[in-house]
Design a protein. Structure first.
Length: 578
């Protein structure tokens, strides 16, 4: 039996993962906290001991990690006159919340009682960051950054720092330095005690719109085109780079065991801390990322190299939420170990017809930069070559079979690891907790035949399709175990990762049109914890009947849109010192 709590109220760990903080999956859903909202939350929940803090709508909630029970909420009565569009942060012993009403709230993380409130000079954007464990920085819509004191919320700087060219992506911090990307393709480091001039700045050729500086140890990691670049955090001097062959988005995940890079198309590469590849080729997640990845554990593997020498290596395990609603636990050597689709709590019924297929996927952008030549004082040599050109455009879209109501919920921020519990925020206001100890899954998957209805009498001729829905709310469906037979003979299927299974029939494929008579259909599948379901269905085939068409399907011969545009050319070097 699945032990799940659903609580409804009202209408990024970058350090090395310790042995006690491991999520090796698969794991069942232990609890699901829900605060209904019309504004999708953003950012990762904050974990402090067994307390999990999350902001949804006009409130912040403190939740018990082990039970999912609510400890307190702030405000206790009416929500604020606005929305918390970023996650809470802990500055010293004060929990800080920034509202889009330009008010900052400092509260007691134990009781939820207010300690102070203050006003921001401008409208806040993005996620605030802790600086030197006593201040916090807020990016503002007027392209400035304010620094406030965590003790009382009062400004540290007499005036916000104006960012020439405008703010790009998200801000970060390193010790007492605030890290800021600008639209002039630069990373600025501004000291909390000397905001008049950046401590240093470093120019790039191609920063992604989702740029965020990631600090690990004394290094800052940045994406520039297809390159992963490492900088000295104190000076901004480049330490090295690697061409990933991807179009990286969001930010990398880093631990002592490796660096995880995810491309816009869902391809993933993993490197060791010296930037040598752990994955021999990209791992395909099947869908693009919706947030940054997170490293959740490690494993020691033993392999034999080309010289016959036994090599022992510790590799990171990581989780990537993707745009199809999946949470994917990945091993760099063996690939996806667990994939769980987050489902809405109130699924709608069948979808509505669509006019036709969409166009193909656009081509990739141009190749990224290499490093430019060194600064004059260092006697710079030539920069490394630019990256490859972008991919060509996608193929034209196929005819649309059916547009269905959403059957999944995307993550709203990167997951966090709390001990052995993986905590994931979702766009419907949910917070999901997965844990092999706190959760129990003894229930087999549920299989439903959605079209035609089991027992129907239909024609077996094209365009007949069979549509099945697979559900497992505890640990998810292990699609590698799926087997469908008709009268004992296996059939080929098309599997969507949200759980829908399609069986198509054609004279040109293995699944030949069905002949007259009663046909027995058996679906066999397991969840990720081994619970098995065997479900029987039946159809009576009468080929004297007119062919049956899936509701909402396009008429035969309808084609999709044109292919996407091609990609750009190769890039040049990373800009020199400015």
């Amino acid at each position: 039996m699945m032990r799940t709590r659903i609580l409804a109220i009202g209408a990024a760990a970058l350090a090395a993962v310790s042995a006690s903080a491991q999520f090796t999956g698969p794991a069942p859903l232990a609890w699901r906290f829900l605060q209904p909202t019309t504004v999708a939350p953003s950012g990762s929940p904050l974990v402090n001991g067994d307390n999990v803090y999350t902001s949804v709508g006009g409130r912040v909630f403190a939740i018990d990690r082990t039970s999912g029970n609510l400890k307190w909420r702030f405000p206790q009565l009416d929500p604020i006159a606005g929305t918390f569009r970023s996650a809470p942060i802990l500055v010293g012993d004060v929990l800080v919340l920034v509202g889009d009403n330009k008010i900052v709230y400092g509260i007691d993380p134990v009781t939820g009682e207010s300690k102070w409130t203050s006003n921001t000079p401008g409208s806040p954007i993005g996620q605030p960051v802790v600086v030197d464990n006593k201040y916090f920085a807020i990016a503002q819509s007027n392209n400035s950054v304010a620094l406030l004191n965590g003790t009382d919320g009062q400004p540290v700087w007499t005036a916000p720092f104006k960012v020439d060219g405008g703010i790009l992506g998200s801000i970060g911090s390193f010790g007492s330095e605030v890290l800021i990307f600008n639209n002039q393709q630069e990373l600025l480091s501004v000291n909390a005690g000397a905001p008049n001039k950046p401590t240093w700045k470093r120019g790039f050729q191609q920063l992604p719109p989702t740029a965020r500086p990631v600090v690990f140890g004394d290094a800052i990691y940045v994406y520039s085109g297809p390159f992963l670049v490492a900088l000295n955090a104190a000076t901004g001097v480049p330490r090295g780079q690697v061409s990933t062959g991807l179009q990286p988005v969001y930010s990398p995940a880093i631990s002592a065991d490796g660096i995880v890079v995810v491309g816009a198309d869902g391809k993933t590469m993993v490197y060791d801390i010296a930037r040598q590849p752990i994955t021999p080729k990209p791992i395909d997640l099947g869908s693009g990322p919706i947030t940054a990845p997170i490293i959740v554990g490690n494993e020691t593997v033993t392999t034999t190299n080309a010289l016959g020498v036994t090599v022992t290596q510790t590799i990171p395990l990581f989780v990537v939420p993707t745009s199809n609603g999946a949470l994917n636990l990945v091993n760099p050597k063996s690939g996806i170990r667990w994939s769980f689709i987050v489902k809405p709590l109130d699924l709608d019924g069948p979808g509505t017809p669509a006019a036709g297929g969409g166009g193909g996927r656009p081509g990739g952008p141009g190749g990224g930069p290499g490093f430019g030549g060194g600064s004059p004082g260092l006697g710079g040599g030539g920069g490394l070559g630019g990256g490859q050109g972008g991919l060509g455009g996608g193929l034209g879209g196929g005819s649309t079979a059916q547009t269905v109501a959403p059957t999944y919920i995307q993550a709203s921020g990167a997951p966090v690891l709390a001990g052995t519990t993986l905590i994931v925020p979702a766009k419907d206001g949910s917070l999901l907790a997965f844990d092999t100890t706190l959760g129990v899954d003894l229930t087999a998957p549920k299989v439903t035949m959605q079209f035609p209805n089991s027992g129907d009498q239909v024609s077996g001729q094209p365009p007949l399709v069979l549509v099945f829905k697979l559900e497992d709310e505890a640990s998810g469906i292990d699609m590698s175990t799926l087997k469908i037979t008709i009268d004992g003979q296996p059939v080929e299927t098309t599997t969507e990762k949200d759980g829908r299974i399609i069986v198509r029939f054609s004279t040109a494929t293995k699944n030949r049109p069905l002949s007259n008579g009663r046909r027995k259909i058996v679906v066999n599948v397991k969840d990720w914890l081994g619970n098995e379901a065997t479900t029987n269905f039946a159809l009576t085939i009468d080929n004297a009947l007119p062919p049956v068409v899936l509701p909402g399907a396009a008429k035969p011969g309808t084609t999709g849109g044109p292919g996407g545009p091609g990609g750009g050319g190769g890039g040049s070097g990373l800009g020199g010192d400015r």
